[in-house]
Structures are given as structure tokens and as C-alpha cells.
Design a protein around this ligand. Structure first.
Ligand code: ARG
Length: 256
């Protein structure tokens, strides 16, 4: 698996798959008429979207529902592997993706991003005695999830050879816990959650980079994009956003 998956992260493969679309995205009017907005996410990313039993929860889950409510529609959440989300969006399998996508020029060629709904970055996590800084990662094996912005950041430091990509974050974390890799780079709050759950078995390293995280609509779906942006601004102005953010992170994570 670790030998096949790096191929899927290649930018050329990604953009080819992303751009091959014939499906017509639903306009805001069509979504409103149907009464439901379909939102794609990868719900194994606590505290952003995740399952507790059969119930989806999380910061992005609550935020997406708040935005849908502003739009006067119900949110229908669709759980998918992370690396298929933007492809699924362009195949019209959902109207909106909310799954902590960093805004990158590569992705912005294929989809349209909303205003950032939070700011964060990549955090290094290791076992006690393991690497804590980007410089420490040199020559060490590092785990992360396939298709993420962390892949490129890790490659820059360790080279392709020492990168280990996993389909899920849980697999990457498991690889770290069991000693199959030296470190994991992941979203800061996912890393902090792993640290909270695993006590002294893990240690916190430094932030490797910062990014702006945004929601995505199909390329050119301008009516939906402006409604999403407008409603994000509304929930950020009326206290809803701050309340949701504080309940998951103890702080307001909007971009300053
Ligand atoms: N922020 C990273 C990226 O943009 C990772 C996001 C992973 N999200 C998830 N729901 N698993 O690629």
C-alpha cells in the first residue's frame, strides 16, 4: 500500500482526474428548490468531521449545518475518502466540500474555493525522543494521509523515500504509535487531539507550515459560491461561528 499510494499523490494525476468532468453542478436556485445541499467530507478527522457511533459531529459539521440553515436548506452529509472529494465534487456527487482543504494553486485550477473558514497548519507529532522540528525529520520516516498538503511539505524535507502515506489519518497515527514510522505530520488540531488521547506515548513537535482552509464548490458554480461566502460572513458576524469554534477548540480559529 505504501508503495502504490505515493503515485496517487502526483499533481499531474490529480489534475487530470479533477478536470475530466462533464457533469453540471447544481446552481443555488436548484439546491434551494430541492431543499437539501449535499456536502462531501472525510469524517475521520476529529475534531473537524468525525463519527461518534453513527452520528457525525465536528467543527466543520456544525459550521456546514449553520451555513445550510442560513441558506434555508437541510444539509445532507456524504462521507468519502479524502483524496476522492474534489474529484467527486466535479462529478457532481455533492454541491459543496467541507473537509479542511488547504487553498493551493493546484487545487484552485480544478475547483473554486470559498473564503477561508479557518486558519491552521501542519504539526509534527512523534514518540518521546523522536523528531520535533522540520530539521529533525531529515532521514526519518514520516506518516501522513494521502492527497493532503502535508505530503508535499514532508517530501521537501525528507524526500519521497522516507514518506509514508496512508488512506486514513487513523492508519497514519497507528503507524506512529506502533513504531513503524518516526513521526506524523497532520493538521494541528488533529495532532493535538491525538496527543490528548495518547498521553505520554506521544510528544508534540513544532508547526511545519501554516495554511488557509476553505470550502470548495465545482469550478464556475458562482451562485453557490457567493451564497456560501455571504453566509459564512453572516455566521462569523452573528456569534454562531465563535460559539461553534470555542466548543471544539476552546478558541476562535477564524483567519485574522
Ligand atoms: N489540510 C490538509 C489538506 O488540505 C488535510 C486535510 C485533511 N482533511 C480530512 N478531512 N481528512 O490537504
Amino acid at each position: 500500500m505504501t508503495r502504490i499510494l505515493p503515485l496517487l499523490t502526483g499533481a499531474a494525476v490529480l489534475s487530470a482526474a479533477l478536470l475530466s468532468t462533464g457533469a453540471q453542478a447544481r446552481t443555488l436556485k436548484e439546491i434551494k428548490a430541492s431543499g437539501t445541499i449535499k456536502i462531501g467530507t472525510n469524517a475521520e478527522f476529529k475534531p473537524f468531521t468525525y463519527f461518534e457511533g453513527k452520528t457525525m459531529k465536528g467543527f466543520e459539521y456544525d459550521l456546514g449545518n449553520a451555513i445550510a440553515k442560513q441558506m434555508g436548506v437541510k444539509a445532507e452529509w456524504i462521507n468519502q475518502p479524502f483524496d476522492g472529494l474534489l474529484i467527486g465534487l466535479n462529478q457532481n456527487r455533492f454541491d459543496l466540500v467541507i473537509s479542511s482543504h488547504g487553498i493551493t494553486p493546484e487545487r484552485a485550477k480544478a475547483v473554486d474555493f470559498s473564503l477561508p473558514h479557518y486558519c491552521s497548519g501542519g504539526l509534527i507529532v512523534s514518540r518521546p525522543g523522536g523528531p520535533k522540528t522540520a530539521a529533525d525529520l531529515k532521514g526519518k520516516t514520516v506518516a501522513t494521509q494521502v492527497g493532503t498538503t502535508y505530503v508535499d511539505q514532508i517530501k521537501k524535507v525528507t524526500g519521497e523515500k522516507n514518506l509514508r502515506v496512508y488512506p486514513n489519518n487513523a492508519n497514519a497515527l497507528q503507524a506512529l504509535m506502533s513504531g513503524r514510522v518516526d513521526a506524523m505530520v497532520n493538521e494541528k488540531f488533529y495532532g493535538l487531539e491525538a496527543l490528548k488521547l495518547n498521553g505520554k506515548k506521544l510528544q508534540q513537535g513544532e508547526m511545519m507550515f501554516q495554511e488557509k482552509l476553505a470550502m470548495a464548490v465545482a469550478k464556475g458554480n458562482s451562485t453557490l459560491l457567493s451564497a456560501v461566502n455571504q453566509n459564512l460572513k453572516t455566521v462569523q458576524a452573528n456569534g454562531t461561528y465563535a460559539k461553534i469554534s470555542k466548543s471544539y477548540f476552546g478558541q476562535d480559529v477564524r483567519c485574522k
